[in-house]
Structure formats: C-alpha cells, structure tokens
Write a protein that binds this ligand. Sequence first.
Ligand code: GDR
Length: 333
Amino acid sequence: MPVAFITGVTGQDGSYLSDLLLSKSYEVHGAVRRTSALRRSRIDHLYQDPEIYGKQFFLHYLDLNDPTTLRRILTKIQPDEIYHLAGQSHVGLSFEIPESTCDLTAMGTLRLLEIIRDLKKVPKLFHASSSEVFGKPDRAPQDESTPFRPVTPYGCAKAFATHMVSIYRNAFHMHAGNGIFFNHESPRRGENFVTRKICRAAAEISVGKRTELRMGDLKASRDWGDARDYVRGMWLMLQQDQPDDYVLATGKLHSVEDVVSIAFQTVKLDWREYVRRDERFDRPQEPCNLVGNSSKAQQRLNWQPQSDFHSLISEMTESEINLIKHQPDSSDI
Ligand code: GDR
C-alpha cells in the first residue's frame, strides 16, 4: 500500500485528492490545522467512516510554521508521496495579510523542502503552484516556459515556492514538481472564491433566503476548470519516472459575468435584477489575460480536462440548492 501525505487535506483539492488516493488503495495521511473543524468539513465522509478513518485514512494536527512536528510526522509515517496543497490561498486577502501569506506559502514550502531533503527515504513531492505566478504575462496562453511576473503578494509567494521546488529538484535530485494550476472549482470550493460565492447567492435568492448579490469586477476573467480533473493531474505527475513542472488549464477564458449569468440561468432568474457592484471586493491589482496552455500535460501525462465550464457552474448552483434543502443551517460549515 503506497503511503501519501497531504498538507491542506481539508481544502477542496485535499478532499478530492484523498477520495482519489483512497480509491487507489493508498494509505492517506492528512495534516490538519489545530483550528480546523473536522465535523461537517469536506472530509467528514472519510472522518466519520469507521472502515476508513484510522485504518486507511489518518489525520495529524500540524501547523506549517511548526517544522519540528512536521519532521516528527514525516519521520514516523515515511510517505512515498507528499502532496503540498496548504497555504493562504485567497489572492484578495493576501493584500491584507501579506506577511502571513508569505510565511505560510513561501517559507512553509521551503521548510518542507528542507525537512524532506534530510529524510532517510526521500518521498516524491507535488507542489500546488498557481497561475498567479504569471501576473501580467508578456504572452498568452501561458505555459511552463512563460516568465513569472506576479502582481499580488500571493502570486509572489507562489513564485518563490515554485522556484525553490525547481531548485531542490535540480540541486538535490529530488522527485519534486510544480503543478502550475489555473483556477479550478467544484461544489466543494471555498465560499469566499468567486464561483462558489455566486452559485450560492443565486441559489439563496431563488428560494427567497436573500435579495441581492454584491460583487467586485464582473469583467475580470479567468481560465476556470474542474477541481476533480486537477487532482487527477497531481497524481499523474507523481507517477512519472522524471519529475517536472506542468501547467494544467482548460485554455478557455470566461468572465465573472459569465459565471453570474450561468448561475442565475440555472435558477431561472435574470441576474441584472439582483447583482450590485461593490468596490469593496476590488483588489489593488489584478492579473490579466491568465489563460493556460496545457499541451505538455496532455502529451506527457495523457491529461485532459473532462468537464466544461457551463455544466460545472450549473452543477455548483444545483449543489447549493440541495445544500439549502438538506442542511438549512449550512452557513456555519
Ligand atoms: P483567484 O480566484 O483570485 O483567481 O484565485 P477568485 O475566485 O477569488 O477570484 C477570481 C476573479 O473574480 C474577481 N471577483 C471576485 N472575487 C471574489 N473572491 N469575490 C468577489 O466578490 C469578486 N468579484 C469579482 C476577482 O477579482 C478575480 O479577478 C484562485 C485561488 O484558488 C488561488 O489560490 C489560485 O492559486 C488561483 O485561483 C489559480
């Protein structure tokens, strides 16, 4: 049974990755922050299952700024594969809390690399990098050779971490790779990211739970894929003989307004009646033209995005309607 260790296991990607690895008979260990609530979290279905939790799936309390505990856990479980997904992942918030963003995302990754380097059996490492490293790029679409030009503290922290992973791969011959992932969404997306915020609001407005949706820039655009496709890509990256960096993206740009329009269409409402502009959600700087070219992943990993944008946003909106029906007090999840 291969052993995997996941940082950020309670997040959208960590939870789908746990499902995927467990289905492939891995023993999965996840790192959980002391402050994370497990009950009713995205991994609740695994945590509550006595056939899985404590047998094939294990959780460890760990803060990424606590290298001693990290070293102790890794020495004990001796993972074959590490999936490093944890970090402060909200780009807008990184302007408010740049130091802790850099400490977790940039230095947290370096601390992990340092510990891995010293382990007796050096595990393979996947690092979740981000299209935010490209910022305002000089070309579109972006691929693995596009220079990094971050325009946000988050993007800058990810650029540092991404370079460090490449440096450790080359200098210390580690099987370590960066997944330079463009936006990826799902019904398990965090509620303060734009797609989930919109789908949730459309569902709540449709059942009369609220009357309006306040939004930042509707013209902002992104390359949005499906998180379930992207976690499959993470696993594929670590199954290769040679470690490398890969861009995962759909290659298609859509605007925030497109998300709004599809979500409200799904609940049969005209979005113009409910959506209000609110500059509080604007960011001091926005990246532009972030659209990815995933040819390398398609050729070498045989990876293809399988879901399309329209059905993803409809699925997310329908999932919100189900949540409202079945968990009326879901706002505290
Ligand atoms: P992003 O995702 O910053 O691209 O980072 P997010 O969903 O937060 O924003 C996407 C775009 O929507 C605009 N926007 C708003 N965003 C939010 N959150 N709330 C709003 O009200 C709103 N109105 C407009 C944003 O300005 C932006 O242009 C995500 C994260 O998952 C990162 O961790 C990851 O690395 C990148 O994707 C790839």
